[in-house]
Design a protein around this ligand. Structure first.
Ligand SMILES: [Ca+2]
Length: 211
């Protein structure tokens, strides 16, 4: 073998080596590319998962806002007398009962000096009242009490002193109110209720949800 042949052999060997290296690099690049593609797929899946969780969180936040901050908080409860004991009534005309012992009045929609609840938000409300007919009432005297909305009679309690004194009853209604609507409890003319520190007669209400 002469020097020229040696040189050719070396060049060929070098070419083969280079080809092998290029092929190796190609494979390496392909493997890395496949890995990258898998990573991208995984990231896309993660993104979708995060998006779903974010949407759920946004829905939860909306619901919570509706429960605590998104609507006015309105609730009240009051009993008829602040002290003493006795009859309220036998007035010659229908009279709005003024429940003056206020237990709660969030939103200040109930006015104890008039006995009237005035809605400040359009919504669905719950109201309840009770009335007590006691033995100190003269025989035959009735207790007739009604829940009123803007002068309209909704639900009532009725009792009469007879051989069965000390009767009481309650009634309630769920009603839709517009802002400014008024709700109160009416004692019918010529009837009476009895109360003392036990607070038998009460009037309560609260906003269920705005509309
Ligand atoms: Ca009775």
């Amino acid at each position: 073998m002469n020097g020229t042949q040696d040189c050719e052999t070396n060049v060929m060997n070098g070419n083969v080596k280079m080809k092998i290296r290029v092929e190796k690099n190609e494979k390496n690049v392909e493997t890395r590319l496949e890995k990258n593609e898998k990573d991208v797929t995984r990231l896309e899946e993660n993104e979708k998962h995060l998006e779903t969780r974010l949407k759920k969180s946004e829905k939860d936040v909306k619901e919570l806002r509706g429960l605590i901050g998104g609507q006015p908080r309105v609730a009240f409860s009051a009993a008829l007398m602040t002290s003493g004991a006795g009859l309220i009534g036998r007035f010659t005309v229908d009279t709005t009962l003024k429940y003056q012992r206020v237990f709660s009045n969030t939103g200040s929609c109930y006015n104890p000096s008039t006995g009237v609840f005035t809605a400040q938000a359009k919504g669905m409300y719950y109201f309840r009242f009770s009335a007590f007919n006691n033995s100190v009432l003269p025989k035959g005297v009735r207790s007739i009490v009604s829940l009123m909305k803007n002068g309209e009679q909704l639900v009532s309690v009725w009792d009469e002193k007879s051989s069965d004194p000390h009767d009481m009853g309650s009634n309630a209604a769920v009603i839709a109110l517009e802002s400014g609507d008024k709700v109160s409890v009416k004692l019918h003319a010529h009837t009476a209720v009895y109360d003392d520190g036990m607070n038998y007669n009460s009037f309560s209400g609260f906003l269920l949800f705005t509309m």
